[in-house]
Design a protein around this ligand. Sequence first.
Ligand code: AOF
Ligand code: ZN
Length: 355
Amino acid sequence: MRRALELAREARMICPPNPAVGCVIVKDRRVIGEGHTQRTGEAHAEVMALRDAERRGESVEGATVYVTLEPCSHYGRTPPCALALKNAKVARVVAALKDPNPLVSGRGLKMLEEAGIEVECGVGAREAEDINKGFLKRQRTGMPWVRSKFAMSLDGNTALSNGVSKWITGEDARRDGHFWRAISGAVLTGSGTVEADDPLMNARIEGAERQPLKVVVDSQLRLSPDLKIFKEGKVLLVCAFYDIVRAQMFEAQGVEVIELRGADGKVDLKALCAELGRREINEVHVEAGARLNGALAMQGLIDEYLIYAAPLLLGQGRKLLDLPMLQNLSEGIALEFIDVEKVGPDLRLLLRPAG
Ligand code: AOF
Ligand code: ZN
């Protein structure tokens, strides 16, 4: 299962919105086939592992299959993996997790059991959950997993007061950031960041064969359609007031413009997340300023903070989140460290809301 989880991790840039799944086939204590999920619409992990065994000239009859997600039972873009395993006459299937997809949800395991195959579920569940937290959250709640990324000085500044921020963190940290963009279904940013930095917001990393949808929040549609972000890839521009003349300037270049207005006259961020969930976005990667991040955090929409901290002190500057002035420490956003790693000269911190 450890190897299957490793394979699943390798699939993360390729397969969204499909979950990243790894599969290892073992017989007589030898690995005779392995594989992971391919691009959406192409083969699942189990089929890749079966094909691998065939290529190696191995018979899978009587073998044990380790897979990081319950084999599917439905005809989706591909035929059911549970059926492929049944036809291959494997003896035992060990799955890490049940697939919460309502089209599967226990039916895959049941189908195997009914075929007389020994089934076990739950081995390596925690890690398997972690690899597909976006897919799993979306299947369970309809909402995507939202991760906000920041680069800051050790004293918590994301830029100087005059806006200068290039570069606070080193090259390694910046490269690492592209990996997280590449595994995401969408990159979300705001008008302030787009105007100040004119970023591309794509994933520039080897192995990124699919690009995340670029989502830009611009309440008043005040950005210029000539900015780089609108020039390439799929872009969703979200406003609070749809102005047909402004919108058409973007639409003429293939940008989709939608209006999602909340009660406060700003973009309804919760509705936006729900909309991205409907569009099969599992993970939303936020790279935005303190205003958009503050609003997301206040509405409890951030599931994870990815913070690169540079060994640099800047004194005054811009903060991670714009929050109303607090009176008590207990009003702060309490987080929990999930992972801490050194990336080049910087630290990479992964945190989630506590509790
Ligand atoms: C598996 N093995 O490697 C993956 C599975 O449209 P399809 O046919 O590609 O099916 C997509 C669904 O299959 C997806 O939503 C999820 O429930 C399951 N993913 N299942 O047996 C795999 N990636
Ligand atoms: Zn499948």
